[in-house]
Design a protein around this ligand. Structure first.
Ligand code: NAD
Length: 282
């Protein structure tokens, strides 16, 4: 039976460490790191994610602002808000909750966030810095996956890693981080032929495709490390991309959903916000 990669536990550890650092700084300097979240429209999953981010930020000692704009907002209104947040001394991290409504050019909005407050790491400058090996902010979900692998001392160098998904948010940066730690990386996507066979070659198999229970036992090599990034609503439950019940019998390590990568994403968001705060103070 696989060992659980417990993201809930590790995220609590990361957040608790941040909380005690913040308490110390607050006592000395009466300042705290601030996170602003911009939510446009009433996408139901986004509302849940934003509420969770706000609650966790407050719980661990951060200052938090959520800006809720109507779905019909014009691009200019969002850009004005971002300009204001870029200049606000109380704010060290800005997160624009995706997806944005279809009439908004997402990339134009992401480009407007100051790279110095881009705690999600989606600004082209931050993605570019990651790719040249001089990262400032790394996207939170891929960074969370790498922290989980590190915590459980999973060897990456020389291993074969298969990443399913090529989004800018998860798949591409994650593949790059694995490559940076000397894995031999294969990226799979919706046009990949023989996905099952490619997955069978993986020492480390990471799925970020958003398809409930798609990754079956037969996709997994005996003893592989399986990381499930997927979050899917399935029969009124939240499940991952991996058929956890069966795959856990074959894998050496596996993330649960929920309680795996999800909480790590929030912890890394707070860690990036704290890092930005420290940079601004130095
Ligand atoms: P996306 O829709 O942008 O990308 C999905 C990727 O999966 C695409 O690159 C696509 O080519 C690939 N794909 C789809 N069907 C496939 C198939 N049959 N075979 C092979 N590849 C296939 O999604 P995303 O934003 O990268 O998110 C992926 C999943 O991760 C979603 O379930 C999302 O909810 C979840 N997610 C979780 C967290 C977290 O904190 N745990 C954060 C971000 C995203």
């Amino acid at each position: 039976m696989a060992t659980l990669l417990d993201g809930k536990k590790l995220s609590q550890k990361i957040c608790a460490a941040l909380k005690s650092k913040i308490a110390k700084i607050e006592r000395l300097k009466d300042k705290k790191p601030g996170l602003a979240v911009v939510l446009v429209g009433d996408h139901s999953a986004s509302q849940i994610y934003v509420a969770k981010k706000e609650k966790t930020a407050r719980e661990f000692g951060f200052y938090s602002e959520v800006h809720r704009l109507p779905a019909a907002s014009e691009e200019k209104e969002i850009l004005n808000l971002i300009k204001y947040l870029n200049e606000s001394p109380k704010i060290h991290g800005i997160l624009v909750q995706l997806p944005l409504p279809a009439h908004i050019q997402t990339q134009a909005i992401l480009n407007a966030v100051s790279p110095l407050k881009d705690v999600d790491g989606f600004h082209p400058l931050n993605l570019g810095r990651l790719f040249i090996g001089d990262p400032l902010f790394i996207p939170c979900t891929p960074q969370g996956v790498m922290e989980l692998l590190k915590e459980y001392r999973i060897e990456i160098s020389g291993k074969s890693a298969v990443v399913i998904g090529r989004s800018l948010i998860v798949g591409k940066p994650l593949a790059h981080l694995l490559l940076g730690q000397n894995a031999t990386v294969t990226i799979c996507h919706s046009k990949t032929k023989n996905l099952e066979e490619v997955c069978q070659t993986a020492d480390i198999l990471i799925s970020a495709m958003g398809k409930p229970h798609f990754i079956k036992n037969s996709f997994v090599k005996e003893g592989a490390v399986v990381v499930d990034v997927g979050i899917n609503r399935f029969h009124h439950k939240i499940v991952g991309d991996v058929d956890f019940e069966n795959v856990q019998k074959k894998a050496s390590f596996i993330t649960p959903v929920p309680g795996g990568v999800g909480p790590m994403t929030i912890a890394l968001l707070l860690q990036n916000t704290f890092k930005s705060f420290e940079r601004s103070a130095s």
